[in-house]
Ligand binder design. Sequence first.
Ligand SMILES: [Zn+2]
Length: 136
Amino acid sequence: MSNIEILLDSFSDRELAYFYKYRSKQYTKETSKEIENIIFNKRGLSIKKIEKLTKEKISKYGKCPRCASNKNFDYAVEYYPDNIKKLSRYDLKDFSNEIIKKKQKECIICGNIIESPKENQLIKGILTWLNFKCVM
Ligand SMILES: [Zn+2]
């Protein structure tokens, strides 16, 4: 079995549908063909079934907000602090010349960035703002 076959074998039909919709085009022509062969012939999905599966409403709590899969991986990305946040929200290390690496989490199935250092800051900012509003 090829690596792509082993990978796709571990996916549910729904995950396969999302993978086809968002990821399969990122591969080389040859691998894309192999992916289509697995999805349509080996697993017996159709375009219609894929559309249905990707439109179904399911609980996404604690999972990927786009495809509801819990298959993800993380890696370090270079991080640069935004210049829009207030001075008081910077960490001292934000001012150093070192390249700061922070964790980014990506969905294997649909490629959605589930957690990124930038988004964390945005959410933190919103939570701070909400907290401030509640106190008033
Ligand atoms: Zn996903």
